[in-house]
Design a protein around this ligand. Structure first.
Ligand SMILES: *Cc1c(COP(=O)(O)O)cnc(C)c1O
Length: 226
């Protein structure tokens, strides 16, 4: 089923991109949290990007992919005490949401001679239950990040609230796209390239509004067992 599900998600992404008149590529990150390695192996035949929420779970799973042909995305909240492992084990960290975390990631990356690709997570809908920096803090944090040598800001990540009417996500994604376009001017040419937004229930709207990275779990692997 996983192969068919991926195919179907890809078709829906392509249709949404067409509706928006887009011709650029959209990266599908398969969100594998709480799903077993066997399911990941099945997905890995079709996809090149996987997303995990927890550092520890990702570490355990990476052992099953020794050739590491996958690109690993950290999409869940990152605590500063996990930053050391995160920079060792992830290609792109989507969830950097404070000055303090930026500094810790920079320091840990410097320690191993890496420049860590990151996205800045913005809590556009101001949901108290969600992480992410405020829209007000965003420019300040961009400015701070631009001066760091071991962190490379590649774009913006956001989550829309779980609205009953999925159309209500559209204004949120539209604000994210505007912030993302602004952001490109704050960093060297070509550095800011990823707008990560859209999950199972809202990825088509996110793509219509300009997402070029979508993070999809349930539509590929089915419901998660906690
Ligand atoms: C779990 C998760 C997803 C995937 O959610 P689905 O609804 O299963 O597609 C995407 N992004 C983040 C940040 C998540 O935590």
């Amino acid at each position: 089923m996983i192969k068919e599900n991926i195919e179907s998600v890809r078709k829906r992404i392509a249709a949404a991109a067409r509706r928006a008149g887009r011709i650029d590529a959209v990266t599908l990150v398969a969100v594998t949290k709480n799903h077993p390695v066997e399911d990941m192996k099945e997905a890995a035949a079709e996809i090149s990007d996987v997303g995990e929420n927890r550092v520890q779970e990702a570490l355990e799973k990476q052992a099953a992919f020794p050739d590491n042909e996958l690109k690993w995305h950290l999409i869940g909240h990152l605590q500063t005490n996990k930053a050391k492992q995160a920079v060792r084990h992830f290609d792109l960290i989507h969830s950097v949401d404070s000055l303090r975390l930026l500094d810790v990631v920079d320091k840990e990356a410097q320690r191993i001679g890496k420049v860590q690709d990151i996205l800045l997570e913005v809590n556009i809908a101001r949901e108290e239950s969600k992480t992410g920096m405020s829209v007000e803090d965003f420019p300040v944090i961009c400015g701070h990040a631009a001066a760091l040598k071991h962190v490379c800001v590649r774009g913006l990540m956001c989550m829309a609230p779980d609205f009953e009417n999925v159309e209500d996500t559209r204004p949120i994604f539209r604000i994210a796209k505007a912030l993302y376009d602004d952001m490109k001017m704050k960093f060297p040419d070509g550095q800011v390239r990823y707008l990560s937004m859209g999950m199972t229930h809202d990825f088509e709207i996110a793509v219509e509004e300009g997402a070029n990275v979508v993070r999809v779990g349930t539509a590929i692997f089915g419901p998660r067992n906690y």
